[in-house]
Design a protein around this ligand. Sequence first.
Ligand SMILES: NC(=O)c1ccc[n+]([C@@H]2O[C@H](COP(=O)([O-])OP(=O)(O)OC[C@H]3O[C@@H](n4cnc5c(N)ncnc54)[C@H](O)[C@@H]3O)[C@@H](O)[C@H]2O)c1
Length: 343
Amino acid sequence: MAKQKVVVTGGAGYIGSHTVVALHEAGFSPVIFDNFSNSKPEVLDGIARIIGEKPQIFEVDCRSKAELAQAIEACASDGQIAGVIHFAAFKAVGESTERPLDYFDNNIGSTVSLLEAMTAAGISNLVFSSSCTVYGQPDAIPVDEQAPILPAESPYGYTKQACERLITDAFNSSMPLSACLLRYFNPIGAHPSAAIGELPLGHPNNLIPYLTQATAGKRGPLTVFGNDYPTEDGTCIRDYIHVMDLARAHVASIHWLLSNPASCEAFNLGTGEGKSVSQVIAAFEKANGIAVPYSFGPRRAGDVTAIFANAGKAERALGWKCELSLEEALRDAWKWQQKLTEG
Ligand SMILES: NC(=O)c1ccc[n+]([C@@H]2O[C@H](COP(=O)([O-])OP(=O)(O)OC[C@H]3O[C@@H](n4cnc5c(N)ncnc54)[C@H](O)[C@@H]3O)[C@@H](O)[C@H]2O)c1
């Protein structure tokens, strides 16, 4: 029997490329829609090294309904499409405050176009990449999906809230749609083969890419933003999830959508454990036997003190939970950085 296809928008990006691998391993045929605005075609060679073949790819701008319609039609001509996983978006919080219109246009515009193209093609299953930023600084942690959505701190955060809203509104209308809104906590690490990972385009805003680049001597020492937060060691607490665990959650979501038609649910994807920045640095040093150059600096605007997931709903409904440790994620992140350093 022919494998079912899954369209992966943004599939050449960091989380998308790992999900393409996980989909292939689960017996699906992933098809990438990407315009390489934040990735490189070489990612496909990395995927091929792991799965033994280059995935099907369409160079598509997901804001364009016409390009999406054409690619979906070509894709559906020789196989059934089980659903779409929509990663394609811009993701830099800081940049979104400088270029809000680009973020609204790309992140919200692509989601509107995709929903229209899916409806026209009769595809109803959608997995959407959301973020724990929708919760802001929650009153209670671990945070579950019932926690209120707080006013967004950045245009980026707003686009995630707006897309969740528009997908939910579309679901509540007469549109034939089923959706998983996946709220990621902090994805880190890389495929253990180091054939794919997070591509450092520009100045990293996230802890791990900055930490690995600083440790590799590619940048100056890491600045830890604030050690006067009301946490045990004064640094912020986050929930770091191995990108391969996150990738598997997307496969589980596709299976869930296939057996739960006409459903729309949000799921937190995290480990359920909070780790402080100082704990992560210590864990990285222990896991890799190397010192991290760092110093403490002032707090960074917009950072919440502590957030980690209650991921019980995902475990119950999707049958998914994290299997990989923080140490494994940090080892894989360092392996990937060393590969990048070697060129
Ligand atoms: N990485 C994180 O920490 C994190 C956390 C929470 C949510 N997310 C969300 O997960 C998704 C994937 O994140 P990532 O870290 O893999 O990002 P990424 O930038 O590595 O990947 C995004 C991919 O989408 C592509 N893309 C962007 N706009 C496009 C468009 N209009 N048409 C076609 N392709 C387009 C880019 O070229 C890139 O390959 C994003 O929606 C992001 O907001 C990421």
